[in-house]
Design a protein around this ligand. Structure first.
Ligand code: C2O
Length: 506
């Protein structure tokens, strides 16, 4: 592999993605940020400079394994301190997997205000197509910055997000509005199909709250990968996409009208308060036409889950190996001054100024603790795999997109109801594997992962409010081996020194 170098500037900008002007956060001035593209096996060197005035930041390379490389995972309080305003940090990692993913800020809810961008790793093709159309970002969006919405979100009820963006763009009706910010310059996402060609589209849900059912009127989708894992292709009319999940799909341009709606249908059943019904883009066969399509499409359902497990068969089969223990984790909540999610009765607490990697570097004790910091023992021949079952006991009935850092996980169980070790079947034979899967409301998610990556790894709900409300735990895997994986330069040391010296001014 070669070395590829990128520069990202984290900025305050004023943009009108949907024609409503507001303060946003951007990478290099755009939403989404610039595409980072590499070939499988390449080394990436990415220089991130924080040009925000009043905010720390930290960038996570979602889904990248960071094998023996925890120091560049980008999680404040876990693998580094936030990058202080005016400071830079250089991230270095190898593209150990290939496919479609994204990079995003992992500091509070910043990605909901625009800090996100495509990360594409080219690898061997498992299917043929004529043209790659790149990533299609499906985001929910508000005219009020997410950091302000958080003030109400933390009290419990999810705030209303009034609209959504496809690849950072949409329309908003400003007719009759007296609001000076409503400039009405928004455009819908559009792409052009040439009849007879086959296209690859990389669908990603980059919402902070929303669950999408994606479809293109008049066309079927052939799904070829989930997250960074190629799967045996299957055909469908629409796909359910939870937050942070990716599906690479092939679409044959074999329809007859001039244009069609492409739909990111918001599954309103999955969140009580928002309904950006207008999330559409346009596929044009006739690119001289400016007319809106008249096509009709699927009806969005009420399924808050993932694509069926039986559809997601990994192309390269891998079974779950030896394990000695199934650890059960109960998810619930408490409600004091603020709404807080809990796992086994405690929430994750992150000390931005003293991340786990720094404690390890300084030879400090990290256990025991009274919050969700969980040791994972080193692998031995009888116990190579970690198995966790997360049971939703909250009674709230909301689904949660659960993401694990540092690993792909094998989904060995996912159902509504109560998991029972003696009767609930675990599928250990080539189950789906990916890096985000839904924990069904009032149900459970059982995952397995190989204990092969020493580090401190976050597991969390990718609904931005829930992560901030403590729905997370931190695994410290093979603790005694972590120090040996740290590089000579340990960038987090300088980053923490600069963060300590910085006095927030807002
Ligand atoms: Cu998309 Cu913890 O990350």
């Amino acid at each position: 592999g070669v070395t590829r170098e990128y520069w990202l500037s984290v900025e305050n900008s004023t943009l009108a993605p949907d024609g409503y002007e507001r303060v946003v956060f951007t990478f290099n001035g755009t939403i989404p940020g610039p595409a980072i593209i590499a070939d499988w096996g390449d080394n990436l060197i990415i220089h991130v400079t924080n040009n925000l005035e009043h905010n720390g930041t930290s960038i996570h390379w979602h889904g990248m394994r960071q094998l023996n490389n925890v120091e560049y995972d980008g999680v404040p309080g876990v693998t580094q301190c936030p990058i202080a305003p005016g400071e830079s940090m250089t991230y270095k990692f190898q593209a150990t997997q290939y496919g479609s993913t994204w990079y995003h800020s992992h500091f509070i809810q910043q990605y909901g205000d625009g800090l996100l961008g495509p990360l594409i790793i080219n690898g061997p093709a498992t299917a043929d197509y004529d043209k790659d159309l790149g990533l299609l970002f499906l985001s929910d969006w508000s005219h009020t910055p997410a950091c302000q919405l958080w003030d109400t979100a933390r009290l419990g009820a999810p705030p209303t997000l009034e609209t959504g963006l496809i690849n950072g763009t949409n329309t908003w009706d400003c007719s009759g509005s007296t609001d000076a910010a409503c400039i009405g310059s928004g455009k819908k996402f559009e792409t052009v199909f040439e009849a007879g060609k086959k296209y690859r589209l990389r669908i990603i849900n980059t919402a902070i709250e929303g669950h999408f059912q994606f479809s293109i009127d008049g066309h079927n989708l052939t799904v070829i990968s989930n997250d960074l894992v190629p799967i045996v292709p299957y055909e469908t009319e629409s796909i359910l996409v939870s937050i942070a999940q990716r599906y690479d799909v092939l679409v044959e341009a074999n329809a007859v009208a001039d244009n069609y709606w492409l739909r990111a249908g918001w599954v309103s059943a999955c969140s009580t308060n928002s309904n950006p019904a207008n999330m559409t883009g346009i596929v044009r066969y006739d690119n001289t036409s400016t007319a809106d399509p008249t096509s009709t499409g699927i009806t969005v359902g009420s399924n808050c889950g993932d694509e069926p497990l039986s559809s997601l068969v990994p192309y390269l089969a891998m079974n779950v190996g030896n394990y000695t223990e199934v650890t059960q984790e109960a998810l619930s909540f408490t409600f004091g001054n603020y709404f807080t999610w809990t796992i086994n009765s405690s929430s994750l607490y992150l000390n931005w100024s003293d991340p786990t990697t720094l404690k390890i570097y300084d030879n400090e004790t990290i256990f025991p603790t009274d919050y969700n910091l969980v040791p994972i023992d080193q692998a031995d021949a009888n116990d190579e795999w970690a198995i966790y079952v997360i049971q939703d006991n909250s009674g709230i009935g909301l689904s949660h997109p659960i993401h694990l850092h540092g690993h792909d996980f094998w989904i060995i169980g996912q159902a509504t109801g109560v998991f029972d070790l003696s009767t609930s079947a675990l599928n250990l034979i080539n189950p789906p594997r990916r890096d985000v899967a839904t924990l069904p409301g009032n149900g459970y998610l059982a995952i397995a992962f190989k204990k092969d990556n020493p580090g401190s790894w976050l597991l969390h709900c990718h609904i931005a409010w829930h992560a901030s409300q403590g729905l997370a735990m931190q695994f410290v895997e093979s603790e005694s081996e972590i120090a040996a994986t740290l590089s000579d330069t340990v960038a987090f040391k300088d980053t923490c020194a600069a963060w300590d010296a910085y006095t927030p001014t807002e």
